[in-house]
Design a protein around this ligand. Structure first.
Ligand SMILES: *[C@@H]1O[C@H](CO)[C@@H](O)[C@H](O)[C@H]1NC(C)=O
Ligand SMILES: *[C@@H]1O[C@H](CO)[C@@H](O)[C@H](O)[C@H]1NC(C)=O
Ligand SMILES: *[C@@H]1O[C@H](CO)[C@@H](O)[C@H](O)[C@H]1NC(C)=O
Ligand SMILES: *[C@@H]1O[C@H](CO)[C@@H](O)[C@H](O)[C@H]1NC(C)=O
Ligand SMILES: *[C@@H]1O[C@H](CO)[C@@H](O)[C@H](O)[C@H]1NC(C)=O
Length: 756
């Protein structure tokens, strides 16, 4: 809690405790407390130590004060004034007129709740982000920051968020941009960002917060969820073949989670009870990921009260999930004592001690442990000093002088609740990671509870699509896990030899493949899908309705493969695990998570901009022996000459290559900018995928090629020549077909959620 003016940590602590400890004689008065358009609540009536909080209707905020505290001398701090009178003011949003190279309509001095703005770019500039935004009740604009850019530099234009000022207009490698927020706004996120080798900006987009600005449960669920998943993923990869939850619960977890809950006296009983529920929800959510972290859970106020001690896990006495929940349940509100202060430094000290203990358990093992700190507080430190030195000690202990490589082993998240949160200070000590957010400001516990509900609602069985192990890991045991979506398909035909195709698991029930694997009259009984761990029976196959190879025979195209896409529905859902897991499909919210895109405004177009960004986009497909074959998809200006080679295919007599390679195809092969691998027989229908954030996203389906350079003896690892080209159905072009079957919420399997 943040009654900073009374017990500000720089102030003399003795004065602080004297004020609290003095016997109360006087009550505070109710003069001039009223607020126009709202009301106030008191924690201890008009007695000493009582906290007064102003409440306004949705979309309004109290002005000029947010709260007061009754001091021992009978005075309110801050003291109420006659003028300006307390009132509930309509929420405004930060200044959107900061857009470079474009115009904002309408141009106003202030933008109030529900005011709408639209954005247009000057000619030659293209718009990224939202073209229209609405000022929301939480003090933020809907959608994403509009940016007008020509993208002539190495990194894309990082834009300027509303209310901010940016310095730096060149975006090549190592160039920096700096941000600050105007007036009373506080900057949350990166004050400085650097254009990196990988074409991305370091850090995360800054945002300007008023003291009434907060994050919505939807935003937090998405951003915290995707950030947390990255930790759970590492854990998942590290642990060996123990898929059984029970086995892992006992030992092998190397993820430590420290949960610190503020129990200072601004936190009332209801809030306290709710916070226990919230923690239970969170640890349930984490267990869904088949991980078993070691936990430290405690409440803090002036002192620290422990619920679960991490040392017990190292002494083989670690409580089970149910036992942790029981411990939380039995911990009573009264038990926290009559503590007044918020001693965040003490909380971090406790965590520091735990981490030091973990280190004593084995220096070598310590190097593999990831530490996640989750701090829930309703304010800033008002006693015990600044938490920053303790946080620095924690960082030193974990980074061990090798910050660059060790940074990923520590995540400090802070959830600030209510509007007394010290944004600036907290934002300085949470960890920052590219594209991720670690500091969230929420209205209250209720909203936080909703956040974890949202996270829980997301279907676990299809979560973490496209998770993969890096290719350079040669361990045999992980060979399946590297491509847990990979499917081999055998289709028997009435009148000819069986076809061998490849496919990809896209939901627990569906395999995506090429339509040409099937012939007229094929029946589901004659098909089999091999997913490595499982062999699955087929219920039906669904070719794209527009697929027709003979439709252009008379135009000099003996075989026309437009819309060469089909879905196979399995008889039952496969069990999703480390070994069997869907690949990410573009334009789904699941894939937004993998791409670390957040908010309701994410579009299919944005996915395309990220996934098919470069003129030569590096992509991969797999051989039936599970060997990766790298290619470059030729996009933009490079596409033309790539598809031109289609005319060299046997028996093709068209003049215009576009007649045979429609816009629905991606093109790979050739020797520019590097020599690509070519596809071989039996690889048809396989996924062509790109990798982002250690997740694989399928962008194409292997359909056909100009030449067959493969022989039985060269094991499918065949390099292209100058004019050997392969064509792949572009998944962005067959969205309605995918959406129709994979997004169908009326069926009993977990559907995907498609974006517009
Ligand atoms: C685009 O915006 C930048 C940054 O404000 C400015 O330096 C540049 O002159 C603008 N370009 C045009 C053509 O207006
Ligand atoms: C913006 O909101 C204010 C307050 O509701 C309203 O008076 C004003 O007309 C709105 N302006 C526009 C352009 O919608
Ligand atoms: C820690 O990581 C190393 C490789 O960095 C590995 O050899 C070792 O088995 C790991 N130890 C544990 C306990 O996971
Ligand atoms: C495919 O196209 C050809 C030529 O337009 C047409 O005759 C044939 O009926 C089509 N086949 C199917 C299954 O629609
Ligand atoms: C090309 O046409 C000839 C004669 O019509 C036929 O025998 C051959 O199979 C065709 N080749 C291909 C690759 O379609």
């Amino acid at each position: 809690m943040a009654y900073s003016l009374l017990c500000f940590w720089i102030a003399v602590i003795t004065l602080c405790s004297a004020a609290q400890g003095a016997p109360s004689k006087k009550q505070c008065s109710d003069a001039n407390l009223a607020i126009d358009g709202g009301h106030y609540v008191l924690s201890k009536n008009y007695n000493e130590g009582s906290v007064l909080a102003y409440r306004c209707p949705h979309g309004y905020f109290p002005y000029p004060d947010k709260s007061r505290r009754c001091l021992g001398n009978g005075m309110w701090k801050p003291s109420p004034r006659k003028k300006p009178r307390m009132e509930c003011r309509l929420v405004t949003c930060p200044d959107p007129l900061v857009l470079d190279n474009g115009s904002v309509f309408p141009n106003q001095e202030r933008y109030y709740l529900n005011n709408k703005t639209t954005y247009e770019c000057f000619s030659e500039y293209t718009l990224r982000g939202s073209s229209s935004r609405v000022c929301q009740a939480n003090g933020k604009w809907s959608g994403g920051t509009p940016i007008c850019s020509r993208d002539t530099d190495y990194c894309h234009d990082p834009g300027t968020p509303p209310g901010a000022r940016r310095s730096g207009h060149i975006f090549n490698i190592d160039d920096k941009v700096k941000y600050r927020c105007e007036g009373k706004l506080t900057l949350v996120g990166s004050k400085e960002r650097t254009c990196q080798q990988n074409g991305e900006w370091s850090g995360s987009e800054p945002e300007c917060y008023y003291d009434y600005t907060y994050d919505t449960p939807e935003d937090v669920a998405e951003r915290f969820g995707s950030s947390l998943k990255n930790n759970l993923r590492e854990e998942e990869e590290e642990s060996q073949s123990q898929h059984e939850k029970k086995i892992r619960l006992d030992k092998s977890g190397n993820l430590n989670i420290y949960i610190a809950l503020d129990a200072s006296d601004s936190i009332d009983e209801e809030h306290f009870t709710k916070s226990k529920e919230v923690i239970k929800k969170l640890i349930d959510k984490i267990s869904d990921y088949e991980v078993s972290p070691k936990y430290q859970i405690f409440f803090f106020a002036t002192k620290v009260t422990e619920i679960v001690n991490i040392a017990d896990f190292y002494r083989e006495k670690g409580p089970t999930l149910d036992e942790i929940k029981d411990k939380l349940d039995v911990f009573e509100f009264e038990a926290k004592g009559n503590d007044a202060g918020t001693n965040i430094a003490q909380a971090f000290k406790t965590i520091l001690q735990s981490i030091s203990f973990v280190k004593t358990q084995g220096e070598k093992q310590f190097l593999n442990v990831s530490h996640v700190i989750l701090m829930f507080t309703d304010g800033g430190a008002n006693m015990g000093g600044s938490p920053k030195p303790k946080v620095e000690q924690i960082k030193d202990l974990i980074y061990q002088g090798d910050r660059e490589n060790r940074e990923k082993f520590l995540d400090i998240y802070v959830f600030g609740l209510g509007d007394d949160v010290w944004k600036e200070e907290i934002d300085e000590y949470v960890t920052h990671r590219d594209g991720e957010k670690h500091f969230f400001i929420m209205q209250d516990m209720q909203e936080l509870s909703k956040t974890f509900d949202e996270m829980l609602d997301e279907s676990n069985s299809v979560g973490l699509c496209g998770l993969h192990k890096d290719f350079d890991d040669g361990r045999q045991s992980t060979i399946v896990r590297r491509q847990p979506w990979l499917a081999k398909i055998v289709v028997t035909h009435k009148e000819s030899a069986p076809s061998n195709c490849m496919g990809s698991l896209v939901t627990p029930r569906f395999i995506l493949t090429a339509a040409h694997c099937f012939k007229f009259g094929d029946v589901a009984e004659g098909m089999m899908v091999d997913l490595g761990r499982y062999r699955e029976k087929v219920k039906r196959y669904i070719p794209h309705p527009k697929y027709n190879t003979t439709s252009k025979v008379h135009e000099g195209i003996p075989e026309f493969y437009d819309y060469d896409v089909a879905l196979i529905e399995l008889v039952r859902d496969v069990h999703v695990s480390v070994d069997t897991r869907p690949i990410c499909i573009p334009c789904t919210t699941q894939t937004s998570g993998a791409l670390k895109l957040s908010g309701s405004a994410v579009t299919c177009k944005q996915h395309e901009q990220i996934l098919l960004k470069n003129q030569y986009e590096r992509a991969t497909f797999m051989s039936p022996r599970r060997e990766p074959k790298h290619v470059h998809l030729k996009l933009g200006a490079a596409r033309e000459s790539c598809i031109e080679d289609a005319k060299k295919a046997k028996n093709v007599t068209v003049k215009n290559a576009r007649d045979i390679v429609t816009d629905n195809f991606l093109c790979s092969g050739g020797i520019e900018p590097e020599t690509d691998y070519v596809a071989c027989k039996g690889e048809s229908g396989g996924a062509v995928f790109v990798e982002r954030n250690s997740r694989s996203v399928q962008v194409g389906i292997l359909s056909w090629g100009v030449k067959n350079l493969c022989t039985d003896s060269n094991n499918n690892k065949v390099l292209s020549d100058e004019s050997s080209r392969d064509f792949h159905i572009n998944l962005f072009k067959v969205q309605p077909f995918l959406k129709k079957y994979l997004g169908d919420g009326t069926k009993d399997y977990a559907p995907l959620t498609f974006l517009d």
